[in-house]
Design a protein. Structure first.
Length: 550
């Protein structure tokens, strides 16, 4: 090889090395000067991680501290598919430990386009520990809290449900979410390429949610639910509702609905079963509303309990003829007998003396047509007549053409029992009491005396509780037909009562939706009232006030 050719090759190599050096140097300058910040963010993102620290959700307890909704320790299992060497083997191992179909996990683990996937949210800690012991690359764990309802079906309609993210979705879990939820914390850490934490850069601790105490009594609630279940089965009813209320405080001691369900299985329960019928559902009250008309007539000074009327077995009201349920001949009845015998004609006669404006005013004073303000989401205000026809003065006083909620009716009778003072019903303990006077104590005493007669010798004799005076009213109402008018086969039977009548401590309401075999409130609902009231009186050790039976 000639010297000239050798020098030429050396110069060519020198040029190539120079160009390579200049390219490398330029690339370094560009990376450091132009693209430094984006790369720095990428590097930090690969090694720094921000972890949210979930706050423990507060517990819900009954008035005596019995736990109704609590948080249980759980472990969430996740994976980084990009770090999983063998998706199939990992899916089989994880599926076996967590009792999950491996095929469900394989698709997630095999998708290397994703850097994070959940394998199991809020898994059983023991099973998560079994998986952790296998030390599978790409699988991670972090602690979480799972909402649990230790009493199962007890107060399920009232409690509602908190979802996977521990946020309230329905019922009191939703209503009280801000109080129960607390505030999540956060932590910034440095991790190695395998996801292991090397250093904690910063940490803000989570603030636990506060516990909430309810007015409900776990034992009374459980008993009310049991009575409703037996009642619904006995009469083949579509549904049933019960409310037990302290008329002096407005505190609800029990609020039950049938059909029931296990609160731990809330997501699997149909919406029709989930709802709290005592607050969200309306029904035509029938004769239990007659106390409003009588209260208005007494308060306006139009009558006294002893005022007599000659009443035929039917009455013409505009274009409608309204008949008595049982009476077939003309009789003279006092105002007290009109209520105790549940006379339709007598009640309408009193309503005509009141007139439209005063009747509407008294219905509103008792709280119908508007929400009670109970601390529960989704409360219905009820349904008032959307227009006033000539026959409304005959249908409204006897509880037709108007729809109320069970909690509205319980609160209304609470006002009768509480010396004429209406108190806002409450499910949460220590809530500020809101009250207003509906009628004078004198009139409320007159009504209580009349309502005692309903149970002693009227339509509510099945509500008697041995050793106690009971005041109450039966209700039987045909349900509206979707095609117009009223059904001839579908009814709501109800009873609402106060006990002990001489010194009221409890208001108990029972409604039974679409019973079969009997439709009357005194036959279907009054016995359920008697069971619930008798148990509550004994459990709460409320002294008897009645004369011993001979």
């Amino acid at each position: 090889m000639s010297a000239r050719l050798s020098n030429r090759r050396i110069r060519l190599l020198l040029v190539l090395f120079t160009l390579a050096f200049l390219g490398t140097f330029g690339r370094a300058v560009w990376l450091q000067a132009v693209h430094a910040r984006p790369l720095d963010r990428l590097a930090r993102g690969q090694h720094h991680a921000k972890i949210e620290l979930p706050a423990a959700r507060g517990s819900i307890v009954d008035r005596n501290g019995v736990e109704l909704a609590i948080g249980k320790h759980a472990v969430t299992v996740y994976a980084n598919p990009r770090q999983v060497a063998d998706p199939r083997a990992t899916a089989i191992a994880a599926g076996r430990a967590l009792r999950i179909d491996p095929d469900r996990l394989y698709g997630k683990l095999a998708d290397r386009s994703r850097g994070f996937v959940y394998l199991a949210r809020k898994a059983d800690p023991k099973r998560a520990e079994m998986l952790k012991a296998l030390e599978l690359t790409g699988i991670g764990f972090y602690p979480e809290e799972r909402r649990a309802y230790p009493q199962g079906t007890v107060a399920a309609h009232v409690l509602g449900f908190a979802g996977l993210d521990n946020r309230g979705l329905s019922g009191l879990e939703l209503k009280l979410d801000k109080t129960l939820a607390g505030r999540n914390g956060r932590r910034t850490v440095v991790r190695d390429p395998f996801g292991r934490t090397l250093e904690v850069l910063s940490s803000v601790p989570a603030e636990e949610g506060r516990n909430v105490r309810l007015t409900l009594d776990d034992t009374l609630q459980s008993n009310a639910q049991s009575v409703l279940l037996r009642t619904a089965r006995r009469w083949g009813a579509k549904a049933a509702t019960a409310v037990v209320l302290d008329p002096t405080t407005g505190e609800i001691l029990a609020m039950a609905s049938e059909p029931g369900f296990d609160a731990n299985r809330f997501p699997e329960t149909s919406r029709d079963v989930q709802r709290n019928r005592a607050v969200t559902d309306t029904y035509e009250p029938g004769s239990t509303l007659k106390v409003v008309t009588v209260a208005g007539a007494l308060s306006e000074g139009l009558v006294t309990p002893a005022t007599q009327f000659s009443l035929e077995p039917k009455i013409q009201v505009a274009d409608r003829v309204i008949r008595e349920a049982h009476r077939k001949q003309t009789e003279r009845l006092t105002v007290a007998e009109i209520l105790s015998e549940s006379s339709n004609v007598g009640t309408i006669t009193l309503a005509e003396q009141l007139g439209r404006e005063r009747l509407e005013s008294w219905v509103a004073r008792f709280g119908f047509g508007k929400k009670t303000g109970i601390d529960f989401p989704g409360e219905s205000p009820g349904i008032m007549p959307f227009y006033w026809s000539g026959s409304t003065i005959g249908t409204l006083p006897i509880g037709h053409g108007i729809a109320v909620t069970p909690v509205q009716m319980a609160a209304a009778y609470g006002a009768v029992a509480n010396g004429g003072v209406w108190i806002r019903p409450s499910l949460v303990a220590d809530r500020p009491v809101k009250r207003r006077r509906v009628m004078s104590r004198h009139v409320s005493n007159q009504l209580m005396s009349m309502l005692r007669d309903v149970v002693i010798e009227g339509t509510g004799q099945e509500a008697e509780v041995q050793g106690y005076q009971v005041a109450g009213k039966t209700g039987t109402a045909a349900k509206p037909d979707p095609n117009g008018g009223y059904s001839e086969s579908r009814y709501v039977a109800s009873f609402v009562g106060v006990v002990p009548a001489s010194a009221p401590k409890l208001v108990v309401l029972v409604t039974v939706d679409e019973p079969h075999g009997a439709i009357w409130g005194g036959v279907v609902a009054a016995p359920a009232f008697q069971e619930i009231a008798r148990f509550a009186l004994q459990y709460l050790e409320i002294p008897p006030d009645g004369l011993p039976q001979r």
